[in-house]
Design a binder for this molecule. Sequence first.
Ligand code: GTP
Ligand code: SPV
Ligand code: MN
Length: 612
Amino acid sequence: MEKLSRWTVYQPLIQWVEQIAQLCCPEDIHLCNGSPEEYQTICQLLVDQKTFIPLNQSLRPNSFLCRSNPKDVARVEDQTFICSKREEDAGPTNHWMDPEAMRKNLQRLFKGCMSGRTMYVIPFSMGPIGSPLSIIGVEITDSPYVVAHMHLMTRMGDEPLRILEQEQQFVPCVHSVGVPLKPGEQGKAWPCVPHKTHIVHFPEDREIWSFGSGYGGNALLGKKCLALRIASEQARRENWLAEHMLIIGVTNPQGKKKFFAAAFPSACGKTNLAMLQSSLPGWKVECVGDDIAWMRFGEDGKLYAINPEYGFFGVAPGTSNQSNPNAMQTISKNAIFTNVALTDEGDVWWEGLTDPPPDHLVDWRGENWHPSSDQVAAHPNSRFAARAEQCPVIDPNFNSKKGVEISAILFGGRRESVLPLVVESFSWEHGVFLGASISSEMTAAARGNIGQLRHDPFAMLPFCGYHMGDYFAHWLKMGSLASSNNLPKIFQVNWFRQSSDHHYLWPGFGENMRVLQWVFERCEGKEEIVQYSPLGYLPTEGALNVGGLSLSPSALHDLFSFDYSEWQQEIFYLRHSFKIFGKRLPRQIDRELDLLQQRLREGEERSSKYGT
Ligand code: GTP
Ligand code: SPV
Ligand code: MN
């Protein structure tokens, strides 16, 4: 096709696009250049086809609301596949299918699936353009909603295409909503085929196919599919880390800056911590990334991280001027909202934005809503999308090709009990054990049983493209590649501990700065602020800066209290959870579990001896 050879000189890309077009039979092909005009045209098209509702131009300039099909509102883990050649390489926590059988399946599913639609071809770079750490992908999609989001979430278009031509490689990503149109047929505002949805990865061939869903990580294939599932497997081979982590720069009142990375499961606080507005005078947090970190040891032996993304796809509910003012500013214009409510003034609303709520809204399903309604107005997994450059606290190193040096890694989950507010690991191995032990009450980010406790090691359970036992081994190995004084310190945090009457014990959000201060000071080598506990190092009394906080006298105690019988249960639960990894569970993980049990037993004996 002449159009294609004018677009690129790289023949394998032309051949692949032609091959997909032949399979999917689109009416037209649009080769995306990434220009602002292209973005405007796509948004207008989405308005014309009633997928986008333009928001009030003076309240929220150049922004849109979109309502998905109510059956297509989150990631679908049970329809996500890792098709490695051998089943055992996908591991017990991934769905596996034989690659050949799956390819046949995909040929059937995708045959003619784009007829009557335009096929968009989107070259994109995960990571700063031209960084040696970046990876180039090309997403083919029949969803203009995806094109609009790729404009916000990735560096896309002509620039990455030129890099692709130099590097002569790319990760092919094929996406279809799976709803062909008959001639003259008016399409639905949100086409999808939930019962046929397949999110498929071929890690060895570095290839992604997604069918049937238009939502988030199911459809924006650079994000969870490429930057985590495909990249994690590549990272293992090449000795680096592809992680479900935010990256922040923390500056102390003396102007000294350190970078931290933190892994929390979906909808457990990454975006909020990433844009934290410090409650402590003189302390500042800047945001490098809110969801994904790629980390590699530099020549100096230190660990460097980049954020492969270009924007934020954040959870809307709970976001407000009180909880996350920086996110509110980020989405004040040029933003796309999915599944939030619409106000009578033509602006957006969600639970937690204002109290009280407006008297009337149109909810995420398009129905009238009043405060007396027994349904939520915004879907719990409703999202905003905007470019990172709109974030008022975006870090000056956001576009750095080298990345930022990581001094500390935090692991956290949503736990109403058991886990303390913060604890520091004794060693890298113990830290890996803490990451491997993350368990969290499930959220609306994926279809499933909300609130139920789930073991989610490293917050990577849905995103690791290979056997998780091998993943733990990879983390342990990474620790052995660097000298211990270059390794980041590892911490575990829990913002979500509750009192017996089910209130959060810790105020969270901007007040999390207090925990970051302690972490920062530990990275500075302050020894006098830690005390030993069986769980790891805890802040000494008075070391955690709680000045000016209106915590109840018992809250601080309760945030760090541990109960031996609760911990016996936790160990039992972890042993059981780790069992599924079988022979591929590294011995060190079992050993750390034994050591923890031993420390707890000693602690219990000591406390009963002294009667404390
Ligand atoms: P994904 O984008 O799904 O990966 O989620 P995330 O990890 O970025 O989570 P996010 O920061 O969007 O937070 C999800 C929910 O947790 C929101 O409703 C927040 O209001 C709430 N949350 C975040 N931080 C805190 C905190 O420190 N304390 C409490 N109590 N809630 C928090
Ligand atoms: C998550 O679920 O962890 C997200 C949202 O960040 S999605 O992009 O849909 O995966
Ligand atoms: Mn996420």
